[in-house]
Write a protein that binds this ligand. Sequence first.
Ligand code: GLU
Length: 306
Amino acid sequence: MSYRGRFAPSPTGRLHFGSLVAAVGSYLDARAHEGEWLVRIEDLDPPRTRPGAADQILADLEAYGFKWDGQVAWQSDRFDAYGEIVQRLAGAGAVRVCSCSRSALSRLPENVARSGDSGDELFHPLACLEAAAAPGRSLRLRVPDGPVTFADRSLGLQSINVAATVGDFVLQRRDGLFAYQLAVVVDDAAQGITDVVRGCDLLASTARQLLLQRALGLAPVRYMHLPLAVDERGLKLSKSGEAPAADGCDGERASRLVSVLEFLGQTPPPALLHASLDEVWEWARRHWRIDGFAGCAARTAPQVAC
Ligand code: GLU
């Protein structure tokens, strides 16, 4: 079976326990399948990109002993490709040019009900709110009504109704920047990614990405979502927030890796706590199993000193 996986961090801050979980899960799954593992820096949104964060992430990955295949890809090199794909979708009639303002959308009952919800994009009805014209236009994918179903390798069959939850979603923003959903699908296809392994926070995005793959005539990627690491208050760890960085004190990385394995439902023997990084990786690759994740329920990340 051919397998090509990837880890695709946004350089908004340093790696933390949650991003390490996604890196370790995607890496081990690729290596256990004797597949390739690529790294892509998702520096798509210049205002959110932190100077130096990408280099720091790559240095941290190296220090942990990750070995990626090929060159690191950068989304900031890919804006022309994203523009061409949006044009192709527009030519096929798959794009809605939308002049709705954010404030008009946020007044819709569906969005009022969601206030305080995650940073996900606002619901947009399938019929555009022509009356709410505002300067600037976003380009959105015309979304079919009805559920998107797919088999997650760990969670089983999933059914997500994109039309009812976010509606026509953004491909290119009013300020001209390309949306994450577009860039990730275009890049996964361009890099020949067969398998995406990442946190459950992106489960809803997977349905959007499958719709985009369909609109572009691409073969669907296989997906597997990992439990989400949260802090003691139940909040998702985020690179741009206050989550402690996973840089690890020298000598602490092997035990940090063991705690990531435990978080992922692996059963590392206690002796591994005193092993070298190489020995931990070797054990983890040989014993990788995907039946211990226990669903998408958020789990508290262990407190670590460094
Ligand atoms: N860039 C995204 C993040 O750092 C991950 C994208 C993905 O894995 O599809 O959260």
